[in-house]
Design a binder for this molecule. Structure first.
Ligand code: XUL
Length: 616
């Protein structure tokens, strides 16, 4: 379908380079999405690159993506746009997103090759020699257990989270670099002139020279000290394989500092978050596709970071993504790191962060509970949510029953697969089996949604702690009442700890500003109403559909940056993006009673249950 662009004097492009496809979205200056173009890697490049679902699976959990395939994908999508008579010359700004943590290894010839590309010829063959390795570790890679142990032993879990915003994760770039430099390809490492993240790799191709890393995406490396806004030298030593304790290299040995400086130079500097363009589009794209040479390229970022740019999110807002897994993204000015979640710098709001909670057990666990409910009630359509929802709707209040439903091993809290049910009896948390202590299969329906939500809400608490009492609508419980409820909770359960941290009055009583629900289960009204009543945002719950969130976030980053540049000053991103409330029909608000305070007992129960669970 051809789009009529005659009314659009200026256009923006947002890229999303994900594991299985490259998508480009076109937006106008009013943030309206006009058209999308994409290429599925398996559909076009399966044989050429020997991929399955966009990646090559190697031994020992190695998962890698061919870099040449990404270049082919860029040509493919731009060629499609050209066939569609897309007016490239109207594009004034481009930004976008890419899968996080992946790294690209450039050779010494890279800059020379990037800046002298011949028009009308494909990128991949021309840039064949620009890489010291033709692959990029994919975020699904789990071949770095050895490196994880090294980081862990040297720095410790909580300490690493404190410095870099995340504990050790197998996919994180620092570990991948250590594996590359010390174990898999030491030769190629020494032939590497620069290392990009996937996000800065595309920025580099578009501007025709190697671009700096983008600061928020750089927080996903386990190398960057977020509070100091600089690399952590000890972490660089680990990645470069010269750590005194782990690699037995003496700090006085000249090799030590040389290796650190060398890696620092390979990674390049990390400029702070900015609206300023990284550069103008390279001559190759001007000549091959007809872009204006004035087209600005604004730094690309990670896909999760771009997602938060696609919605009118403000500080203290939560975006709850209810897919196979559950992910909660939180906009916060509180740097409260924990080994249980991630913190990244916010890609467009200085002095703000994006918190990210990732749970493995989301939809699958709820589906299991639904199946059992349907079995008990002889529901003929075994996949129907009607009975489950009926139970959920009937149970508006907390009824002292919770469960830990982990059909898969869980990340938050880190625990093996298990199911634990418990009731509150005489102020004590009593573990029980099904059909004992009054805990029935029907109770699983409420207990699973309540427990999952409580876990998210609890972990979000410390990040939201400055938000108390900021309701636009008013009417929240008074501080005195809250204090008395909190002290009763304390009398009952004593000090409550989540992930080894005390749940304070502030962290418990802090509330989100707005909550947005996306993904499969957000279409289940009963589930999101229950979740909304526990999250208790002060300014409303919204269900949204954002099918192209990462690409859209990229396009909005471009249009915000462009407007800032026009005005010569930074416009606050949350104010800029607020106009989406007027233009986006997909933002559906729903009202539910705020039951959070009533769920304080649930907080106590869950904390005690997790304490016991983690002892296993
Ligand atoms: C985030 C992560 C994934 C990828 C997916 O930490 O690894 O969400 O970014 O593309």
């Amino acid at each position: 379908m051809t789009t009529d662009y005659s009314k659009n004097d200026i256009l923006f492009l947002g890229f999303d380079l994900s594991t299985q496809q490259l998508k480009i979205i076109v937006t106008d200056k009013d943030l309206a999405p006009l058209q999308t173009y994409n290429v599925e890697f398996d559909a076009q490049f399966k044989e050429k690159y020997n991929i399955t679902k966009g990646v090559v699976n190697g031994d020992d959990g190695e998962v890698i993506s061919p870099v040449g395939m990404w270049l082919d994908a860029m040509n493919y999508v731009f060629d499609e746009m050209k066939k569609d008579n897309f007016p490239f010359d109207r594009v004034v700004g481009i930004s976008g997103s890419a899968q996080q943590h992946g790294s690209v290894y450039w050779s010494n010839e890279a800059n020379e090759l990037l800046s002298s590309l011949k028009p009308d010829e494909s990128l991949a063959p021309q840039l064949g020699k620009a890489f010291s390795w033709d692959f990029s570790p994919n975020w699904q890679d789990h071949s770095t257990l050895e490196e994880a142990n090294a980081f862990h032993d040297a720095i410790g879990k909580e300490n690493l989270a404190k410095i870099t915003g995340s504990r050790v994760h197998l996919r994180f770039t620092g570990l991948q670099i250590r594996k590359f430099a010390t174990r898999s390809y030491p030769d190629k490492y020494s032939q590497t002139s620069r290392i990009s993240l996937v996000s800065s790799f595309i920025t580099s191709v578009l501007i025709g020279k190697i671009a700096d890393l983008e600061e928020s995406d750089a927080c996903g490396m386990n190398l960057y000290d977020i509070t100091k806004s600089d690399y952590d030298e000890e972490l660089l030593a680990l990645a470069a394989g010269v750590h005194p304790k782990i690699d037995n290299v003496d700090k006085k040995d000249s090799k030590y500092q040389k290796a650190i400086d060398d890696l620092k130079q390979k990674l390049g500097k990390i400029p702070e978050i900015t609206y300023e363009a990284t550069g103008k589009i390279s001559q190759y794209f001007v000549d091959t596709y007809g872009f204006s040479p004035k087209t600005k390229i604004y730094s690309f970022t990670g896909d999760n970071l771009a997602t938060i740019l696609s919605l009118p999110l403000q500080p203290n807002d939560c975006l709850i993504s209810l897919g196979t897994s559950t992910t909660v993204l939180i906009i916060t000015s509180n740097y409260q790191p924990s080994s249980q979640y991630h913190l990244f710098k916010h890609p467009s709001l200085p002095k703000h962060y994006m918190g990210m909670l990732c749970y493995c057990n989301g939809a699958l666990a709820r589906e299991k509970a639904r199946d059992e409910v349907n079995k008990k009630h002889d529901v003929s359509d075994t996949k129907s949510w009607d009975k489950f929802n009926e139970i959920l709707d009937a149970n508006k209040d907390f009824n002292n029953k919770l469960g830990i439903y982990f059909p898969l091993g869980e990340i938050i809290p880190q625990a093996p697969a298990q199911t634990v049910r418990a009731v509150l009896e005489d102020n004590k948390v009593v573990a029980c089996d099904l059909d004992s202590h009054g805990f029935t299969v029907d109770d699983d329906a409420s207990a699973i949604v309540e427990s999952q939500t409580l876990s998210c809400r609890l972990r979000a608490g410390p990040m939201l702690s400055k938000s108390v009492g900021n309701s636009e609508e008013g009417g929240e419980t008074s501080v005195e009442e809250l204090k008395s409820i909190y002290s009763k909770l304390h009398d009952k359960f004593g000090d409550l700890y989540t992930d080894g941290k005390k749940q304070t009055f502030e962290s418990l009583t802090a509330g989100p500003n707005r909550c947005y629900y996306v993904g499969g289960a957000s279409n289940n009204t009963s589930i999101i109403r229950k979740m909304g009543s526990i999250f208790g945002p002060t300014n409303g719950n919204y269900k949204v559909e954002i099918p192209n969130a990462c690409a859209l976030g990229g396009a909005y980053k471009a249009s915000w940056s462009y407007e800032c540049e026009q005005r010569g000053e930074m416009i606050s991103y949350d104010k800029y993006i607020k106009k989406l409330f007027d233009t986006n029909d997909e933002l559906e608000s729903f009202k539910v009673d705020d039951k959070w305070v009533e769920y304080f007992e649930g907080v106590g129960m869950l904390a005690k249950m997790e304490e016991n669970l983690l002892k296993h």
